[in-house]
Unconditional design. Structure first.
Length: 146
């Protein structure tokens, strides 16, 4: 999982062009982009609906939780709760982002890339703490696993 955070932090920053995919087109942008540039709110709505089909670990986690309930009603309620909880912040983020200037949005992208990179490094550091090397004293168990 931490590799994903590190990769996501490196890609927008273009720190390592050889592995960051510099020059390769963003498939989501080329697919959704025409809807965003076309006039009319229906095109923007359609772009928003299409972005809902992009992969997201949090959505996959809740889908797994919903499917593990083995009940259509409980699964539906789980996904309804997830959607109800995430919709306000998603709408606020979209509206807030549209109020920012282009240069401010670019700066936010840089800051978010650094934040994702730091999150990946923290995850890596936490994982390394539980690695046992030959000849080292036995580590205590995970504090969250007790």
């Amino acid at each position: 999982m931490f590799q994903g955070f590190l990769a996501l932090g490196v890609l927008p920053r273009r720190l390592f062009p050889a592995i960051s995919g510099a020059g390769t087109p963003c498939l989501a942008g080329t697919f959704v982009g025409p809807f965003l540039t076309s006039p009319g709110w229906t095109n923007v709505l359609l772009a928003g609906i299409l972005t809902g089909f992009l992969p997201c670990g949090l959505v996959y986690g809740f889908l797994t939780l919903a499917s593990s309930s083995a009940s259509v009603v409980h699964g539906l309620l789980t996904m309804l709760a997830f959607g109800t909880g995430t919709a306000p912040i998603m709408i606020l983020t979209g509206v807030g982002g549209s109020l920012l200037s282009h240069s401010s949005r670019r700066q936010m992208l840089r800051v978010s890339a650094v934040c994702v990179l730091v999150t990946g490094l923290i995850s890596l550091g936490r994982g390394v703490m539980f690695v046992q090397f030959p000849g080292s004293a036995a580590l205590e168990s995970c504090p969250f696993c007790q």
